[in-house]
Write a protein that binds this ligand. Structure first.
Ligand SMILES: [Zn+2]
Length: 145
């Protein structure tokens, strides 16, 4: 399992808004489970972007926080066509000049988990991984099923 730190409100758009692309300066060979971590920095201009508004950006939402893990996803593939100036099918979230990390199976955490992030991809601590897995584990609240 790996983690990636993303500025708000972009991290929120992944967690809540179904945004499936993370624009990154570098590609990665990693594929698999990825913790979405909201970094300590906020892209203030982006909070007014129509895309972010359409994703339901709400500063009062607990997942709009900074410095915390807020979602879990699968890193499915990385599209580098856009980074080389070419067209691609990654949709409205994809930015020219960036590598498009394609996310699937995004699950918002029920509440944020405070954690220190790092630029780009990083290895989550065993404690953080355990907390995320516990939060997303199927509950036994419905024993009849
Ligand atoms: Zn692309």
């Amino acid at each position: 399992m790996q983690a990636i730190s993303i500025q708000q409100p972009w991290a929120f758009a992944i967690a809540r808004g179904g945004r499936a692309i993370s624009n990154q300066a570098v590609p990665t060979a990693y594929r698999g489970p990825l913790i979405i971590h909201a970094s300590m920095r906020v892209d203030l201009k982006a909070c007014d972007s129509p895309l972010v508004r359409a994703a339901g950006w709400d500063p009062r939402d607990p997942l709009a926080t900074i410095g915390a893990a807020i979602a879990m996803a699968e890193l499915d593939d990385v599209c580098s066509a856009g980074a080389q100036g070419g067209p691609c099918d990654c949709g409205p979230w994809a930015e020219a000049g960036a590598h498009h990390w394609q996310l699937t199976s995004v699950r918002a955490l029920p509440r944020p988990i405070v954690a220190l992030g790092r630029p780009s991809l990083w290895e989550p601590s065993p404690t953080l991984m355990a907390k995320v897995q516990t939060m997303l584990a199927p509950t036994s609240s419905n024993p009849a099923s």
